[in-house]
Design a protein around this ligand. Sequence first.
Ligand code: DGY
Length: 315
Amino acid sequence: MEAIGVLMTYPTSSYLEQQLSTRFNLFRLWNISHKHQFFKDNAASIQAVVPSTQLGSGADRELIDSLPALEIVSSFSVGLDKVDLEYCKEKGIRVTNTPDVLTDDVADLAIGLILATLRRICESDRYVRGGMWMNNDFKLTVKFSGKRVGILGLGRIGTAIAKRAESFNCSISYHSRSQKPESNYKYFHSVVDLASNCEILVVACALTEETRHIINREVIDALGPKGVLINIGRGPHIDEPELVSALVEGRLAGAGLDVFEHEPQVPEELFGLDNVVMVPHVGSNTVETEKAMADLVVRNLEAHFFKKPLLTPVV
Ligand code: DGY
């Protein structure tokens, strides 16, 4: 299959790069300011794209239109908000993603962010490193066990977070597009109702036009000054300026954020706040899961080019 051209649009994983380059003719487009010349020279040889939705351009209409031989988009992510699924469908381009293999890691990180935010773990680390222990004035923190946890989006990842939170004796409620008959958790018909009835709200849904800015001022105020917001979904789920002012004004107790609206940019006001824990979109970034995701990307491509059923087809 060395003759098949595969384009990576961002250097997300050197393991993935190595796996692709031993099987395919791998093209890398790291510097998008060179894209016109790059497409002029190589577009006709590229039959597959491997985008990442963490950073980089994804697979939008412009990229798809630049690649006349494109047959498949095999995304190194479960979230496909940066892939134009409708356009792929229209053009008969297959799309795959990497579900399941990252569920545990993302759910683990959500719990990590809850604990780090409530127990002020990062702030206490800075306290010790700053030589302040002798002052003996570190503030009391907030207990996690037994809290009311609301989950926005009870898919694979939301369910895995709920199970983990249950083991902390938390009560679980959720909102999603529709009620899940298989779930015993309390369902709320609106996000505002969910936020009014929980102490920790975790965003774990997919980003679509309906869920963009679903966390707005009304939801934040419903969560209230003792509430904590956790986002392991996508940055644009939250109206970021509203979140910033709620944190600055004390209308929200804290936030734990893996994702941001304009990654890798982070609102500057957040840097000065101790009630926010921020990590750089690393929900799935473990050694084990990077390998599992990369293997799935490669196996989907092999399946496609050997004319076998795709492992995780989306389109
Ligand atoms: C995903 O796979 O969608 C995660 O956010 C990592 O990009």
